[in-house]
Design a protein around this ligand. Structure first.
Ligand SMILES: [Zn+2]
Length: 349
């Protein structure tokens, strides 16, 4: 997540929380992590294997990745790992290469993008997104960025491998964005000029994973459901089977990660993030060793379940339309004013 925006909103959030809690003894979630190690988050019937996920998380947040700052040798090393895995899984690429160099605000970044063609609904697309860059060093110390965002990056590598073996109905694109910490540079460049074979109008929903591991309070915040409420029951059904609690309608940080450029284009999204529950945000303490592994594994498992529940909807475009229809109604459950508050969704009549 990008820190300038995050800290501004973090202050507002804490202020709001203080007012909301009054004298009831509430505490700042950022400073009072609970004991997640005492909870066994093991999924009842997991699809994903835990150890390969942890191995990727450890490698991506190792000291030799140097905090993966955009343009650095460590960033290039992480990117090489992602490309190698995409090749291993045999994802398809746009334009013959997984690496997509872009320039945003005069800053060069390199996104890594691969996809699996849909088996039954190839013309419609679901995007998994995560940024692989981080902030490098602070005061001479490496900030490993295990939660932010090696957690999302390792997740996409595991999801790609699993979905290769279990072909999805929709075309599924895996976008590892660069330059997120600079101000969403990679994702902004992507949305401004997507691959010609991937028009924005073909995207049904973006699933952005940014900081999904450091769940000190056993919960994951989910943005996007206030804007596209039809996604919420699928999300909640998936998490009902998990010991991880999903908190939907959490739109506080929607503009602080890579879903934001898509959101500005009116594309539905789900944004998964532990937010202020991560006490090690942008510090040298955001290490692999600090991650509650069971929570992380269980969260990704429930996110995969959420995806599968959306993927089996044969007519996902009907509930998340991009084209006008004769049968339209205004989405009612908009909580926040927003450029696409007038978005129309098709009524099921
Ligand atoms: Zn960040």
């Amino acid at each position: 997540m990008t820190y300038r925006i995050q800290h501004l909103w973090s202050s507002l959030f804490v202020l709001t929380a203080v007012f909301a809690l009054g004298g009831c003894g509430g505490s700042d979630p950022a400073t009072t992590p609970g004991p997640p190690a005492q909870v066994d988050y093991t999924p009842a019937s997991p699809r994903l294997v835990k150890q390969p996920l942890m191995d990727d998380l450890r490698v991506l947040s190792a000291p030799d990745m140097e905090g993966r700052k955009v343009g650095s040798a460590g960033n290039a090393k992480a990117r090489a790992l992602i490309v190698a895995r995409f090749q291993q899984v045999e994802l398809s690429s746009y334009g013959g290469s997984f690496e997509q160099p872009v320039i945003w605000r005069d800053s060069p970044c390199t996104n890594v993008i691969g996809y699996l063609p849909g088996s039954t609904n190839p013309g419609r697309t679901i995007l998994f997104t995560a940024h692989y860059d981080h902030i490098g060093t602070r005061n001479g110390q490496v900030c490993p960025g295990a939660d932010d965002n090696a957690s999302g990056t390792a997740s996409l590598l595991q999801l790609a491998a699993w979905l290769k073996a279990h072909p999805p109905a929709h075309t599924v694109v895996f976008c590892l964005f660069d330059g997120e910490e600079s101000g969403l540079y990679g994702s902004q460049a992507f949305v401004a000029a997507p691959p010609s074979a991937l028009p924005l109008a073909s995207i049904d929903v973006v699933l952005n994973l940014d900081m999904i591991a450091q769940g000190t309070r056993g919960r994951i915040f989910v943005g996007g459901t206030s804007y596209t409420s039809v996604l919420k029951p699928h999300l909640l059904a998936a998490f009902a089977a998990s010991k991880v609690q999903a908190i939907p309608d959490f739109e506080t940080y929607d503009h602080a990660s890579d879903q934001y450029p898509f959101m500005q284009k009116g594309i539905p999204f789900l944004f998964f993030c532990v937010g202020d529950d991560d006490p090690y945000y942008h510090t040298p303490q955001d290490t692999f060793e600090s991650i509650p592994q069971g929570f992380y594994w269980a969260t990704l498992e429930a996110i995969l379940d959420t995806f599968l529940r959306l993927d089996v909807l044969a007519q996902l475009p009907l509930i998340l339309p991009h084209a006008p229809s004769q049968s339209l109604r205004t989405e009612q459950r908009i909580l926040n004013p927003h450029p696409w508050r007038h978005r129309m969704i098709m009524a099921e009549e």
